[in-house]
Design a protein around this ligand. Structure first.
Ligand code: CU
Length: 485
């Protein structure tokens, strides 16, 4: 045992020495004390809004790097119909991505826009010095502050506002990432993206429309209404998807602004080939889910081998499907049936929003919002949206159901025979055996926590689709069924 250990130590020692020699001959800066790296020239830093990152440093020498960052307080969309006053570094949440290399001397100018209402500052975790810059950068609206620092440690670092109440400034979106590349740069990849998770606390519950103020008590209680990537629900879906081609390597710079929640970052259908654990030098390989603490980061990379849509989530999964922590990576290219056989159905990962589903019971206590007067086509459109969020997974896109599991809604004799029974099923859930179109089903339908109007809309959509009898279900019919229970 002892001799084995000794052999191991000698082998390791030889490896370290030989690597060191190779590195030194290749790039003298690799082993250099970063405080002694001499800068050559000046350049202005390229800053980018998410999901994009500036060009890699490559083999450029350390420089004086000019960073001009402007703080903007502005209204943005948290979700469809939900607005929020964001406080931002550079006009985006997360703030502008800053890309440096070890040994750079960063001259940082922080400007607070004259129309802003509050003072702010910046604490960069890449800074060695009091407050990470916060003590030198406290700036009132209409003013700017300049300070400088030398990047000593390679890695991916969070920056954030540290003005009291600190939690509130972070909760309103004041965070971002600064990358310090090693001398010679990180290994090159085909695609790089910038993703940062954050949790948000609003007076209204998830999905409640209108301009939503920050809720301090919910923030203290860590009771998040929204958990999102890049500042809002859907930032990385629809037009915001990130993309790659089959055969490419993808690197994600992933941060977590918090203020409260740790991220269990995962890409559905991919395995991270390499993870720079906590954004540092330690590389873990073949990782499914990586933990990213509030105020921390990770660099993950992987090769995409097959086409399709890969879903980015916080695998604390209610956050993904009910609070917004869901994004998409779309990969184009040739199928490889050996790696994956196919049969994927697009669109199955519809976020569910704040809709709460519970197990069936015998009564309903849902308080309904006042009904509005919508046309039949507006009701059908609204109902379709509710359907894709709530009913789609079991009853499927064309109402065809799933054989032996979930009954069809298309041309359904059960549905068309009794609209009150159908309303009751949505209101209260359904258990026990039923027969639909001659087939027996014995699954559980959860009770849907929807308003009368939402139930009317979704049933109207179902009744006006797939060969059903075109019943127009009204909120009054729903409320009648509810009260007759
Ligand atoms: Cu601030």
């Amino acid at each position: 045992m002892k001799s084995f250990n000794l052999t191991l130590i000698i082998v390791c020692f030889v490896l370290v020495v030989s690597c060191g020699v190779n590195d030194a001959s290749k790039d003298g800066a690799a082993l250099q004390d970063p405080t002694t790296i001499v800068i050559e020239g000046t350049m202005e830093a390229e800053l980018t809004a998410p999901p994009f990152v500036p060009a890699p440093v490559g083999d450029r020498p350390a420089k004086k790097l000019i960073v001009n960052m402007e703080i903007l307080e502005e209204v943005g969309a948290m979700a469809d119909g939900v607005e929020y006053v964001y406080w931002t570094f550079g006009g985006s949440v997360p703030g502008s991505f800053i890309r440096t290399r070890v040994g750079d001397e960063v001259e940082f100018t922080l400007s607070n826009h004259p129309e802003n209402k509050l003072p702010h500052n910046i604490d960069l975790h890449a800074v060695t010095g009091p407050g990470g810059g916060a003590t030198s950068s406290f700036v009132a609206p209409g003013h700017e502050k300049v300070f400088s620092f030398k990047t000593l440690n390679p890695g991916l670092y969070v920056y954030h506002c540290a003005t009291a109440p600190v939690g509130m400034h972070i909760a309103n979106g004041m965070y971002g990432l600064i990358l310090v590349e090693p001398a010679g740069g990180l290994p090159s990849v085909d695609k790089e993206y910038y993703i940062m998770q954050g949790d948000f606390y609003t007076k209204g519950e998830n999905g409640e429309p209108g301009l939503q103020p920050f809720d301090m008590q919910k923030a203290v209680d860590e009771d998040a209404d929204y958990v999102v990537f890049n500042g809002k629900v859907g930032a990385l879906t629809g037009d915001g998807v990130i993309t790659a081609n089959v055969g490419e390597t993808v690197r994600l710079y992933v941060g977590n602004g918090g203020p409260n929640l740790t991220s269990s970052f995962h890409v559905i259908g991919e395995i991270f080939d390499n993870v720079h654990v906590e954004g540092g030098d330690l590389i873990n390989k073949n990782v499914q889910t990586t933990s990213i603490p509030a105020g921390g980061a990770a660099i993950v990379d992987f090769k995409v081998d097959v086409p399709g849509t890969f879903i980015l989530v916080d695998h604390a999964i209610f956050r993904a499907f009910n609070k917004g922590a869901l994004g998409m990576l779309k990969v184009s290219g040739e199928e490889d049936k050996q790696i994956y056989s196919g049969e994927m159905q697009e669109g199955i990962y519809n976020p569910e929003g704040g809709t709460i589903q519970t197990m069936p019971d015998d009564g309903s206590t849902v308080v309904s919002a006042p009904a509005t007067n919508k046309s039949l086509s507006e009701k059908i459109a609204s109902g379709k949206q509710i359907y894709t969020q709530t009913c789609f997974a079991c009853h499927q896109s064309e109402g065809q159901g799933i054989p032996n599991a979930f009954p069809p809604l298309a041309k359904s004799d059960y549905l068309n025979a009794d609209v009150k029974r159908a309303i009751g099923s949505v209101l209260n859930g359904l258990t026990g055996e039923i027969t639909v179109n001659g087939e027996k089903y014995n699954s559980i339908m959860t009770k849907q926590t929807l308003t009368d109007e939402e139930i009317a809309d979704v049933l109207t959509y179902v009744y006006n689709s797939w060969g059903n009898n075109k019943t127009n279900v009204t909120p009054a019919m729903v409320s009648e069924v509810k009260s007759s229970h």
